[in-house]
Design a protein around this ligand. Structure first.
Ligand code: AMP
Ligand code: MG
Length: 345
């Protein structure tokens, strides 16, 4: 744990460092000067930082990665008006709206997670995210929305009101005003896309990190698994380190992205069941899973469910999850049995 870097400043990095940007929370740990054959690349992606460390790839990694990230941006971004999701949101149609196969497939996975989490995870939460002052086109409000406004907006939300078709790929809204926000799985999806391109280039090892969502393959520069530090919600040195080789990890937290309203912290995570930002003491959830989109989605779902329901949900399924819960003496750490294999003693 001697060498760690959590910022993304600078482009050319001499040692195997890592990352954490925007609202998510992992920093890779690695030694300097011990990475023969490992290369590093940093850039920006999906409104946050991208960092790659890789070895044994054949071909122009940088070009392939940039192209893949452009593709993901054109699928999901709601910070531009011409992406597939932005165009679906802007359209009022209640007919089938054609999208690319990856967007339809991701929406199918997202709906499965909605069903599985009892509606805690919900792509259609977009109008509530906006109402509470988050997201690309949120009005700057000095006050909380009224109960009436929340109730009216909840009428435009509901994963059961979204239909997805795979062949030919398309989305359909069953109610007027339904719009989608893929932010809770988008970065993970981007990480998976980049990782799959690196797989296709024959890389033997990599760490792909977009804003703290990561996917790994093979060994880190020091040999052995990649060491990924989980950033404590109050900043400071990572106290918990994941050892990953072939898995992905994602964190969902309430502490990187929040607004202050009348002295109260408003989380950017909305509980679709109440229509309001979550307000429990669960500060962060880190999930390890096979795919980064899977880890990203589960981390958000558990973050919505909170310290007790989320904990039971993770344990019931055997999900590898680490929960940091605010307590009077700092943070209480809880992790599931399946997480223990990834936690460095
Ligand atoms: P993450 O940081 O991956 O947990 O994603 C959080 C983002 O997902 C928020 O900034 C919102 O844009 C969106 N979001 C908020 N609440 C939910 C929810 N209940 N289900 C799905 N996405 C959500
Ligand atoms: Mg997420």
């Amino acid at each position: 744990m001697r060498h760690f870097v959590t910022t993304l400043r600078g482009h050319h990095v001499q040692c195997a460092v890592a990352v954490a940007a925007a609202l998510l929370v992992l920093a890779a740990l690695a030694g300097c000067g011990q990475s023969p054959g490992y290369r590093h690349y940093r850039g920006e992606a999906m409104g946050t930082g991208l960092a790659l460390t890789y070895a044994g790839c054949a071909g122009d990694v940088e070009a392939v990665v940039v192209q893949e990230l452009k593709r993901v941006d054109a699928q999901l971004s709601t910070w531009r008006s011409d992406s597939e999701v932005a165009r679906f949101n802007a359209s009022a149609t209640e007919d089938w709206f054609p999208v690319s196969a990856p967007v339809a497939a991701l929406a199918v996975d997202a709906l499965a997670l909605s069903r599985h989490s009892g509606g805690a995870f919900d792509l259609t939460v977009a109008p509530l995210v906006r109402l509470w002052g988050f997201g690309p086109d949120a009005p700057v409000n000095g006050s909380a929305p009224s109960a009436e406004a929340v109730a009216a907006t909840m009428g435009q939300v509901g994963w059961q009101k979204l239909e997805v078709r795979l062949d030919p790929p398309a989305l359909r809204r069953r109610i007027a005003g339904l719009s989608l926000d893929f932010s809770a799985i988008g970065k993970g999806h981007g990480v998976d896309g980049v990782a799959e391109r690196l797989d296709a280039l024959g890389c033997r090892s990599y760490l792909v990190d977009i804003g703290g969502e990561v996917r790994t393959l093979g060994q880190g520069p020091q040999g052995g698994p990649w060491r990924i530090g989980v950033e404590p919600p109050d900043g400071g040195m990572p106290q918990w380190v994941l050892r990953l080789s072939g898995q992905s990890a994602a964190t969902s937290g309430d502490y990187r992205n929040f607004r202050l309203l009348d002295g109260r912290r408003l989380s950017h995570i909305i509980d679709p069941r109440t229509g309001a930002p979550v307000s429990h003491p669960l500060a962060s959830v880190t999930v390890v899973a096979a795919s980064a989109a899977g880890a990203d989605g589960l981390a958000t779902a558990i973050q919505v469910l909170g310290p007790d329901e989320g904990w039971n949900f993770a344990r019931r399924d055997g999900t590898a999850a680490l929960l940091l819960v605010r307590s009077e003496s700092g943070f209480e750490r809880r992790y599931t049995e399946s997480m223990s294999q990834f936690l460095e003693p």
